[in-house]
Design a protein around this ligand. Structure first.
Ligand code: AMP
Ligand code: MG
Length: 285
C-alpha cells in the first residue's frame, strides 16, 4: 500500500471511534466527574477483539508521527497522566508508546518530593523536565500532585494550594506560547475496579512489588481525591492544555482513546521532514 493509501485507511479506521471531543473537559462549562462513566466503551460495545485492529493502526501511526516530530524538530509535546493508584498510568505508557523511539520519548515520574525539590517552588522540578524541540515527554504523575495529594493531606495550607491552579495554568500558557503541545489525561476508574486491581496485585507474586501499604490509606480518602481531581480538572482545562477524562476500567479502551487523541493532535501539527540540503553533484565515494 502507498503511504497516502495507508494514511487514508488509518484515518478511516480512526473515524470508527466516536468523536474524542466527548472526553474533553470544556473550559468554563460545568463539570462533574459523575457525568463520565469509567466503564464506557462506546464504539465497540465492549468488544475488545474488534478494537485490536484499530489500536494496531493507531499504534503504527504514532510510531510514524513520533519519528516525524523528531525529524521536524519544531514542536515539543507534553503528555500528562494522572489517576488514582492502579488507574493504569504505567500500563498506558507501556502499551501506547511501545513502538516509539526512545531517543525522542522520555518519561518523567513524580514521586514524593526530595529535600532538594522541597527547597524550591513546587513547579521547579516539573519545569526542568519539560520537553525540548522534537521531543515527547510523558509525565507519570505531575505538578498536579501539588493540588491533589497536597490538598487532601493538607501538606500546605489551603490559601497556598488554592493559588496553584492559577500558577499551573500560567506555566502551561508559557509552554504553549513557546511551542509546546500539551495533552492531559485523567485515567478514570471506579472504586470497585480499584479494589479488584489492588487484590490482583496482592495475589500475584510478580505484581506484589507495586503494592504499597500507603495505597490503602489513599483509597480510604477516595471521595476527597475525587473532589480534588474534579476541581483541578475544572480549573485547569484550557484551550491550550486540555484535560481529557478517559474511561479506564477497561484497559484496552483506555489505550485506544488516549492513542486516538494523541494521534489526532500530532496529525494537526502539520509535521514535515526538514528541507534537504542542496545535494546537487554530491556522490558517496
Ligand atoms: P507511585 O506513582 O505509585 O510511584 O507513587 C508516587 C507517590 O508519590 C504517590 O503516592 C504520590 O502521591 C506521591 N507524590 C507525588 N508528588 C507528590 C508531591 N508533590 N507531594 C507529595 N507526594 C507526592
Ligand atoms: Mg503506587
Amino acid at each position: 500500500m502507498t503511504v497516502g493509501g495507508l494514511r487514508a485507511k488509518v484515518r478511516a479506521i480512526g473515524d470508527d471511534i466516536e468523536n474524542t471531543e466527548r472526553y474533553r473537559v470544556v473550559p468554563g462549562a460545568s463539570f462533574s466527574l459523575l457525568d463520565y462513566d469509567p466503564n464506557g466503551t462506546k464504539t465497540f460495545d465492549g468488544n475488545k477483539k474488534e478494537s485490536q485492529e484499530v489500536f494496531d493502526r493507531l499504534n503504527q501511526r504514532l510510531e510514524d508521527l513520533q519519528e516525524l516530530l523528531y525529524a521536524d524538530g519544531r514542536h515539543k509535546v507534553l503528555i500528562v497522566l494522572q489517576g488514582m493508584d492502579t488507574a493504569g498510568k504505567d500500563g498506558a505508557i507501556r502499551h501506547i508508546f511501545d513502538r516509539t523511539n526512545p531517543q525522542g520519548v522520555k518519561v518523567a515520574s513524580f514521586k514524593r518530593p526530595t529535600p532538594l525539590e522541597l527547597a524550591h517552588d513546587y513547579l521547579w522540578r516539573a519545569h526542568a523536565q519539560m520537553p525540548g524541540s522534537g521531543e515527547i515527554v510523558i509525565f507519570n504523575r505531575s505538578h498536579y500532585e501539588d493540588v491533589l495529594v497536597v490538598r487532601v493531606d493538607a501538606l500546605v495550607p489551603e490559601e497556598r494550594w488554592r493559588k496553584r491552579y492559577h500558577h499551573i495554568v500560567e506555566l502551561e500558557r508559557l509552554l504553549a506560547d513557546e511551542g509546546t503541545t500539551i495533552l492531559k489525561f485523567f485515567l478514570h476508574i471506579s472504586k470497585d475496579e480499584q479494589k479488584e486491581r489492588l487484590e490482583a496485585r496482592l495475589a500475584d507474586k510478580e505484581k506484589l512489588w507495586k503494592f504499597d501499604k500507603g495505597d490503602l490509606a489513599v483509597r480510604a480518602k477516595w471521595d476527597a481525591y475525587q473532589a480534588a481531581y474534579e476541581e483541578a480538572l475544572a480549573r485547569t482545562s484550557t484551550s491550550f492544555a486540555p484535560w481529557y477524562v478517559i474511561p479506564a476500567n477497561k484497559k484496552w479502551y483506555r489505550n485506544l482513546v488516549i492513542s486516538k487523541i494523541i494521534v489526532e493532535r500530532l496529525e494537526a501539527l502539520g509535521l514535515k521532514h526538514p528541507e534537504p540540503q542542496d545535494l546537487a553533484g554530491v556522490t558517496v565515494v
